[in-house]
Ligand binder design. Structure first.
Ligand SMILES: NC(=O)C1=CN([C@@H]2O[C@H](COP(=O)(O)OP(=O)(O)OC[C@H]3O[C@@H](n4cnc5c(N)ncnc54)[C@H](O)[C@@H]3O)[C@@H](O)[C@H]2O)C=CC1
Ligand SMILES: O=C(O)[C@@H]1CCC=N1
Length: 282
């Protein structure tokens, strides 16, 4: 199994670490995480997952067969700078960042053909149920693509997509779990208001969401057919849906995903990155 160096020690770095360790296929010692400045956070990751941590560019470089770029989009040039002269065609760089294009990362290494993969996992990697769309840059070999795909299959499912759709993927599946959690929070609040115990409500809501997700995955029926199957004329579902439609729930969700899509493009915009790069180098 490959050795993984992660540039970043935040939510996404932890979700991937947790999923890889939990898969039983990546020994925890194969993972090394880093961050900008928080020693306590690195200690916490070491103690929780048994992984290595370091902020020394030499150690990070010596450890990694592949590099995962898991810092915020505004920080990536600064995080990669110490490795600018070291990464090479044998050390794939795997970005999990929203927005940042493969081209801009490839261009960061003008002298070397660094293989760059752009992925967008989600935090369900913790329970090995991420959806991870990915696109490969021009220097990624077939073997490298296979092994990186395998790595992300260990934390859920994957799909290769054209790079042009990565911002859409970010809006839909990278961000997606947050929309679902917000929906769950709303259902729990309503549950309490109609007299359901808080703890029981969590169990009821999560099992309901899980069942609905599995049902969509395991047959060819559209969500629309599936909700119509639940809706009896004059019944409770129809009464509830009347409120959802009157209040424009579908438009709200569509607008939400459009806005996230635009934001992903903004985050990768050359202007944003140039500003961040200049600021970081003042
Ligand atoms: N949180 C999520 O659900 C998802 C996040 N992403 C992407 O993952 C990336 C990270 O997001 P989060 O983990 O949520 O952010 P975060 O803020 O929790 O973590 C960012 C990490 O990067 C580190 N960092 C910053 N500058 C650094 C440097 N120069 N060298 C090394 N490490 C450095 C920070 O110290 C921190 O540990 C973002 O680009 C985001 O777009 C993608 C999909 C889902
Ligand atoms: O909110 C964000 O920008 C990141 C990218 C996808 C999910 N979280």
């Amino acid at each position: 199994m490959v050795n993984i160096s992660i540039l970043g020690g935040g939510s996404m770095a932890e979700a991937l670490t947790a999923g890889w360790v939990r898969s039983g296929k990546v020994p925890s010692g194969n993972i090394l995480a880093s961050n900008r400045s928080n020693d306590l956070r690195l200690k916490e990751l070491e103690e929780t997952y048994g992984i290595k941590t370091s902020r020394s560019p030499e150690k990070i470089y010596d450890h990694g067969d592949i590099f995962i770029l898991a810092c915020k989009p505004k920080d990536w040039q600064k995080a990669l700078a110490p490795f600018k002269n070291f990464l090479n065609p044998d050390t794939p760089l795997v970005s999990v960042m929203a927005g940042v294009t493969i081209n801009s990362m490839e261009d960061f290494f003008p002298e070397t053909q660094v293989p760059v993969m752009r992925t967008i996992p989600n935090t369900s990697a913790v329970v090995n149920a991420s959806m991870t769309p990915y696109a490969a840059g021009k220097w990624v070999t077939a073997d490298q693509k296979t092994s990186i795909n395998h790595l992300f299959q260990l934390v859920g499912d994957t799909a290769e997509v054209p790079e042009q759709s990565m911002d859409a993927m970010t809006a839909l599946t990278g961000t997606g779990p947050a929309y679902i959690y917000y929906l769950m929070e709303s259902m729990e609040l309503a549950a309490e208001e109609i007299g359901i115990d808080k703890k029981l409500a969590r169990h009821l809501v999560s099992q309901t969401l899980l069942g609905a997700g599995l049902r969509v995955q395991e047959n060819d029926l559209s969500p629309s057919i599936l909700y119509q199957q639940i809706m009896s004329p004059g019944g409770t579902t129809e009464a509830g849906f009347k409120v959802l439609k009157e209040q424009g729930m579908q438009d709200i969700m569509i607008n939400c995903i459009h806005r996230a899509f635009e934001r992903s493009k903004e985050l990768g915009g050359s202007e944003t990155n140039a500003l961040a790069f200049n600021k970081n180098h003042l």
